[in-house]
Design a binder for this molecule. Structure first.
Ligand SMILES: Nc1ncnc2c1ncn2[C@@H]1O[C@H](COP(=O)(O)OP(=O)(O)OP(=O)(O)O)[C@@H](O)[C@H]1O
Ligand SMILES: [Mg+2]
Length: 267
């Protein structure tokens, strides 16, 4: 579903991705670990061309993601979920989910916010998957952070993508809510056969929810394997210089940070 070969990206003279090779099969739930600045967000952004990689090859759902001219075709297949859920607070929950259909409806109807009956039915099905049907008519700013993130998941599902790219989707949630949100994401994507690449900084969640973990350190792939097989030595490669499990987690955790590029996307 995703094939990445020798992917490189620099920001100025800063090498951020240094020859990444990854193959992700359809339906896999892959967690990306790495300390802050390792290149996790950049990798996800290269996949849907929010960031243009320098070199390498990248195929997503059969689309040449580095070379394709119409990025809309690529982005229709790659829904994104962010840490700060990016919902529109004043819109109803249902309308937020329906915005996931905007790529599939005509410009005129999206301007007029006219959605087809089947789109509304689909949006309601997606809300049911995250157990928020009863909130469909409520304003989204009346929801809790965890519920807003579930709306974000429902919106991503409503897009009917082949791939979901989730960039620290639970970083700003308490542990109980975070696990619930990851459970919804995993169950829904598993049932629908959607491939997921999910950046996390919690090693425990990665082990619990990932089919597979890939670890980045300084822009290089330093681990790629089954979530249960990851050893302490692997963790030390992913979090160089961190002696303990707790230090590894802390190295990946940078709370309440929003990258400027993320703000641009949500605007
Ligand atoms: N738009 C940008 N312009 C310049 N440098 C950038 C840009 N985006 C990222 N970088 C740099 O690229 C490197 C990797 O950043 P990236 O956001 O991919 O890391 P990350 O692993 O997602 O980190 P975090 O866990 O803090 O989110 C960092 O050194 C960062 O400063
Ligand atoms: Mg990041």
């Amino acid at each position: 579903m995703i094939s990445i070969r020798q992917l490189t990206k620099h920001y100025g003279s800063n090498p951020v991705l240094r020859g990444i090779d990854v193959e992700v099969a359809a339906g896999e739930f892959v967690v990306v670990l790495g300390q802050s600045g390792a290149g996790k967000s950049t990798l996800l952004r290269c996949i849907n061309r929010l960031v243009q990689a320098d070199s390498g090859t990248l195929t997503v759902a059969g689309i040449d993601a580095l070379g394709c001219r119409d990025t809309r075709v690529l982005r229709r297949q790659t829904a994104m979920i962010f840490q700060h859920h990016n919902v529109v607070p004043r819109l109803s929950v249902l309308k937020n989910v329906l915005t996931g259909r905007l790529g599939a409806v005509s410009t005129l109807s999206s301007i007029l916010q006219l959605f087809r009956r089947e789109d509304v039915a689909l949006a309601m099905q997606c809300l049911a998957r995250v157990e928020l049907s009863h909130k469909a008519g409520e304003r989204t700013d009346a929801l809790s952070g965890g519920q807003m993130q579930r709306v974000g998941i429902a919106r991503a599902l409503a897009q009917q993508p082949k791939v979901i790219l989730a960039d620290e989707p639970v970083a700003s949630l308490d542990p109980k809510t975070a696990r619930l949100v990851l459970q919804y994401l995993r169950e829904a994507t598993r049932e629908l056969g959607i491939t997921v690449l999910c950046n996390l900084h919690q090693v425990d969640y990665a082990r619990e929810f990932g089919d597979r973990i890939i670890g980045l350190a300084h822009g290089k792939l330093v681990y790629d394997g089954n979530a249960r097989d990851m050893t302490d030595a692997d963790l030390q490669r992913i979090y160089p210089g961190q002696a303990t499990h707790a230090e590894c987690e802390a190295a990946g955790a940078v709370d309440a940070k929003v990258h400027p590029a993320e703000l641009r996307v949500s605007a």
